[in-house]
Design a protein around this ligand. Sequence first.
Ligand code: DO4
Ligand code: MG
Length: 300
Amino acid sequence: MFYKQILIDKQKRVFVHKKLDDSSFGYLLPKESISSTLDLFKFSTVSGFGVDDLTLKIIKDFSVPKLDLSKLLDFSSNNKEHQLIPIDSPEVWAFGVTYLDSMRERQSESGTPDVYAQVYNSDRPEAFFKATKNRIQSNFDEVGIRGDSTWDVPEPELAFMIINKKIVAYTIGNDMSSRSIEGANPLYLPQAKVYDKSLSIGPCLVPAENIKDPQSLSVSLKIYRSDNIVFEGNTNTSRMKRNCEYLSEWLQRHNYVPDGTLVLTGTGIIPPTEFSLKELDKIEISIDDIGTLSNIVVKV
Ligand code: DO4
Ligand code: MG
């Protein structure tokens, strides 16, 4: 295992970084070889080289120098100008009710609880279209709560990227959601889920070969209000009823998705019913082997 994270900066330069928690050294891939994260993964798919091997080859062939990435990898909010969504995804899809806890909470907020039990227990999962490129926020960007919503939560979710029909990388997604709008009527789901700044993705992509077991990752959520933690929760992807491969295969039935499509895999952490996000809350989502995605809440 060589490269752990792929990051992109505001000038859309692609960096690879060796390890999450030790040195901050990385490599800037030369534009003549790779000009975007998508290119890197596409080259890897067509050449048959893993992302690690391909990157090593580029570094050798182009004599790419080692760089100090401490600024880019300084995941503190005052360093926000250095990071971007790790991939320009043409489409983002999401799955819902993939954890028992998600089903239970939605049943309690809804006048039609049966629909959630039915979807949890069927073979066909719940998939919905979450975002186009312009709605995706990156690490340290703002995320939105709707002005016409009274009850809002973040949804911390493992996300994966598809190229050539296969899962090639993992990242973190925040599926911002209005519980009051979805709770009023499940047919309002698109309005509860898709609006300005309703999704954030980041801080990096981790090639699939560097994630030992995507169904065994701990996921945690912390919400801060004026520096105090007002909600904290965690789960593990082992609690997902349907695994990532199942979701990926199902999404692509009779449905072509372009290279670089991102997919959110559902939430297993739901704050209690009395909790709602407020403007200026800070949301931090961490997933093992990937990192932390941090965003500030604004009203949209
Ligand atoms: O059923 C509505 C959406 C569920 C969802 O987004 C989730 O479980 O993560
Ligand atoms: Mg969700």
